[in-house]
Design a protein around this ligand. Structure first.
Ligand code: FAD
Ligand code: GLY
Length: 411
């Protein structure tokens, strides 16, 4: 069902005029694609209903966790996740040069800690899975873990160390992409909700800003995160099945000169992400509650209690911030990347828990698709056509029908 975008047919001609592009959504995904295209000489207009970078890209923890986030049934996403993880050091350096903003890529890696015998059994299961997938994770004894992170609970029994799962400050990534996009000549329309994606004769022809004039473009990119499914104007087959997956988060303030933690740490139920400025980000709940922005006592308590069990020293730390964000979860929780059933419309959404990790590969592969018509092999399994062809033999194992999971809402 995947269609060619007819504009691409002339793109092998080096003298071809560069396409004009309208992008809906100024999160890390829309801005990343926009930056690449503007730098390549396209006219690019990015529209956001609010300020750029204030959606999930602001709410995230910034972990680049291709290794420790892999779960049974999601192995099919690993090549994409690892590919993007490998791009991150170069991407961060390029972004710094283009924007003047350091996104604070920290390279200590991640520890997944076990605090009791039950945790050890679960950890051992995950470790065996990760090793079978070729990940270079190491098993650490309690004493070894405490040597690396002395403030962890004295009863810490063991840990997996993932040396490649790093972190960036996602808020700085969004700010850097916004600056780089602007410096490359991109045009950003903030506080400009898109009321409709325009279509004519079976192809997308641009966007209609709320209360404004139609904005025509050769290619339209839908990168509106958790809101992507709700933008009017699209036929059913082109509407990405994306839903909001609520996450409550907390941040405490450590002394940056004597931080309680240096690695990203995962412990049953929560993760802890120490920033260079002393912020300790604690996440996250995973809730199917639509766009409910409520911070709940139960949600916040589970974060603080889970963090305290692993790192008792947090008890005295001031709370810096509490917030809620919405992961763009697709029907199978994998991203939706590439052409759609509507000529001229490209999808870049559904990044769920890994949109910061997947920013470099999405920016590169989607901009390349728009410039050349080529679909990179690494994103090929993630087209929207996989939902139409549920029984097709080419579907990756990771795309098992998640409707068997009663916790999920239908999308
Ligand atoms: P967004 O950043 O949400 O951007 C979409 C934009 O579209 C928004 O700015 C919105 O205003 C705009 N928009 C919506 N509707 C319209 C409209 N009609 N017109 C114009 N604009 C519109 N990922 C990781 O890799 N690592 C992590 O550690 C991590 N932690 C997370 C923790 C939490 C609590 C959450 C919520 C997410 C986390 N993620 C993480 C996931 C990651 O944040 C997302 O996958 C990623 O930010 C998606 O980026 P995006 O640009 O698609 O979406
Ligand atoms: N990737 C972390 C989260 O989504 O909470």
């Amino acid at each position: 069902m995947t269609t060619t975008i007819s504009y691409f047919e002339s793109s092998d001609n080096a003298n071809a005029v560069k396409p004009s592009v309208a992008i809906v959504g100024a999160g890390v995904i829309g801005l990343g694609i926009g930056w690449r295209l503007a730098a390549a000489g396209c006219r690019v207009d990015v529209f956001d209903k609010g300020e750029a970078g204030t959606g999930a890209s602001h709410a995230a923890a910034g972990m680049l966790a291709a290794g420790v986030e892999v779960e049974p049934g999601e192995e099919g996403q690993l090549p994409l996740n690892r590919h993007s993880q490998e791009l991150w050091p170069g991407f961060a350096a390029e972004l710094r040069a283009a924007s003047g903003i350091d996104v604070e890529l920290r390279t200590e890696g991640t520890l997944v800690v076990a605090l009791n015998a039950d945790d050890v059994a679960r950890l051992r299961f995950n470790f065996d899975l990760q090793k079978s997938l070729g990940l270079d994770h190491a098993w650490l004894s309690g004493a070894e873990v405490k040597r690396r992170e002395p403030y962890l609970h004295t009863g810490t029994v063991a840990a997996i160390h993932s040396p490649g799962d790093h972190q960036v400050d996602n808020r700085k990534v969004a700010a850097a992409l916004k600056a780089a996009f602007g410096r490359a000549g991109g045009i950003l329309h903030e506080n400009t909700p898109i009321a409709e994606i325009l279509t004519e004769g079976g192809r997308a022809t641009g966007v209609l800003p709320e209360g404004g004039e139609p904005h025509r473009a050769d290619v339209t990119v839908l990168a509106a995160g958790a809101w992507s499914r709700a933008i009017p104007g699209l036929p059913d087959g082109a509407r990405p099945p994306v839903r909001p997956v609520k996450g409550q988060m907390a941040a405490l303030r450590m002394d940056p000169h004597e931080p309680l933690l240096r690695h990203v740490v995962w412990t049953p139920g929560v993760y802890l992400v120490p920033r260079l400025d002393g912020r300790l980000v604690i996440g996250a709940t995973v809730e199917e509650r639509g766009f409910d922005t409520t911070l709940t006592a139960g949600g916040v308590m589970s974060l603080i209690e889970g963090a305290w069990r692993a790192l008792p020293g947090i008890e005295e730390l001031p709370i810096d911030e509490l917030w809620v964000g919405f992961r763009p979860g697709s029907r199978d929780d994998a991203p939706i990347l590439g052409p759609s059933a509507l000529d001229g419309l490209v999808l870049a959404t559904g990044h769920h828990r890994n949109g910061i990790l997947l920013t470099p590969i999405t920016a590169n592969a989607v901009s390349d698709l728009i410039l050349t018509g080529r679909i990179a092999d690494v994103i090929r399994p993630f087209g929207i056509d996989r939902f139409a062809a549920k029984a097709a033999p080419s579907r990756p194992d990771s795309m098992a029908d998640p409707r068997a999971d009663p916790r999920r809402e239908q999308t």
